[in-house]
Every structure is written in structure tokens, then in C-alpha cells.
Design a protein around this ligand. Sequence first.
Ligand SMILES: Nc1nc(=O)c2c([nH]1)NC[C@@H]1CN(c3ccc(C(=O)N[C@@H](CCC(=O)O)C(=O)O)cc3)CN21
Ligand SMILES: CC(C)C(=O)C(=O)O
Ligand SMILES: [Mg+2]
Length: 264
Amino acid sequence: MSKVTIATLLKYKQEGKKFASLTAYDASFAKAFDEQGIDVVLVGDSLGMVLQGQDDTLPVTLEDMCYHTRCVRRGISRALLVADLPFMAYATPEQALTNCAKVMQAGAAMVKLEGGHWLMPTVRMLTERGIPVCAHIGLTPQSVHVFGGFKIQGRDEDNAKRILDEAKGFEAAGAQLLVLECIPATLAKAVTEAVQIPVIGIGAGKDTDGQILVMHDVLGISSGYIPKFSKNYLKQTGDIRAAISAYIEEVQQGQFPAAEHTFN
Ligand SMILES: Nc1nc(=O)c2c([nH]1)NC[C@@H]1CN(c3ccc(C(=O)N[C@@H](CCC(=O)O)C(=O)O)cc3)CN21
Ligand SMILES: CC(C)C(=O)C(=O)O
Ligand SMILES: [Mg+2]
């Protein structure tokens, strides 16, 4: 049971092997997910919504992210641990260097940053200094107030082209992993084929290299509603470990996401 690294994910992509990821925020769930064979665990700033009960991810602090990253680190022996940088913690390259270092020292093996062309010099600076970066594009929840809600992105031609350009630009800047959130499946397929680095989708259809979901959605415990692109695996299994195992299996077999979880 060797550790998952960015090299493992790259090999999966080259071999056409699909892989599953989940968010986790504490040691106990992280350990259970790790033991079931999840390849990537993300300490997501979604914790602002699912743990703290906030309306969006903006109130999450660097201290919150470091605390949960330390907790999750202790639960993981195999999976790659990625941690989100919270809102405004990487607005300048200098802030990004200082704050990404803190998250890495809390136990992350890679940081995830939301943004576009403005963020590319920062990504270059981070990778050159030894901080691996996952770039997050499409629906970037930290920009929810710019979008005017959690809206599907890349539906018109101009925005689709921008998203494709951002993916290529982040790869050129040194990003080693990409997250695509809530974009049409055809666009996600084009992006995944246009870059050499592994691409993880959420609400981005079945053709990305990996999938990620928020653990509370997979376990049907999110307050309010479960987004269209998520699936409650606890309902069909009745057991947390069996639910996670079913999710991983369906992703690896290409059965999740189905058409009903996909935007066109
Ligand atoms: N529980 C949970 N699950 C998530 O996937 C998630 C979070 N929280 N918090 C952080 C972000 C926010 N995300 C969201 C939240 C809502 C929609 C949403 O309402 N989507 C609509 C589509 C809207 C449209 O058609 O433009 C949907 O029907 O799912 C999407 C992504 C994804 N992330
Ligand atoms: C949904 C994933 C991609 C995320 O960024 C989060 O959980 O914060
Ligand atoms: Mg996030």
C-alpha cells in the first residue's frame, strides 16, 4: 500500500485509470476514507458551509484551514492530502508564499487555489519554491458574490474559451493538478484532453481523470439540499465505510457521475 503522490495521479491519467477523491475535515473520517482506498483527500474550505453552517466559504480563516489540516493529517497514511487556501489568503504572491507555507507545515502535500490568469505568476512562484499547486477553475466558490450565486460556468463560448485557456495557463505556470467545478461535461472533456496534468471534476461530467465530492453530500447529511451533481451513497448502503467504498468503485468503473449528475 504505497503512498499516493502527484506521480501516482499522473500515471493514472496516462493509463486512463479513473480515481476518486473526497473532502474530509477530521482525523476519524479521513482515516476511514483512507482505509477504503480514496486516492485524494481534500481539506476543503467547504468546511465553512458544512461544519460552520455559513452561507458560503468566505468567512473561513487560515487558522481554520490549518487546524483541520492538522486533524486530517493524523488520519491519513496513504492518500494525497490537498488543502484549500481560504478567501483572500493568496491575493498577492507574498501572502500566498507565507500562507501556503503555513498550510504545508500543518500537513498538506499540496495547496489548492481558486483563480484565473491573475494567479499564474503566484503559481509559478510557489512551485519554484517547493509548494505543489492544484488550480481550481470554473465555479470558484470564493467568487460567489462576483458570479451572483453558485452558478454553472462556461456555458457561453467566450467563458468556455477562457476556462480552457486558464487550464493551459496554469499547467504552463507549474500547477500539477486541476479542479474543474460545475461546468458543462463537453467543456470538461476538452480541458482534460488539452492538458497533461490530472484533472479532477465536481459537477463536470464523467470525462475528467478523477472525481471529488463533499463528504457530507455523499453521506446525505448536508443541511438543506444535496447539489444535483452529488450522490447520497449512504442511502443505498446503510454504512459509512460501505458508502465510501461504493463511491470509489462507481468512480473507478466510470458509473459515477451519471447523466443526472451532469450539466450540459
Ligand atoms: N455541501 C456542499 N457541497 C458542495 O459541493 C459544495 C459546498 N457544500 N460548499 C462549497 C461549494 C459550493 N458548491 C455549490 C453549491 C451550490 C451549487 C448549486 O446550487 N448548483 C445548482 C446549479 C445552479 C445553476 O444551474 O447554475 C444545482 O442545481 O446544483 C453548486 C455548487 C460546491 N461546493
Ligand atoms: C468541492 C471542493 C472542490 C472544494 O473546493 C471544497 O470542498 O472546498
Ligand atoms: Mg474549496
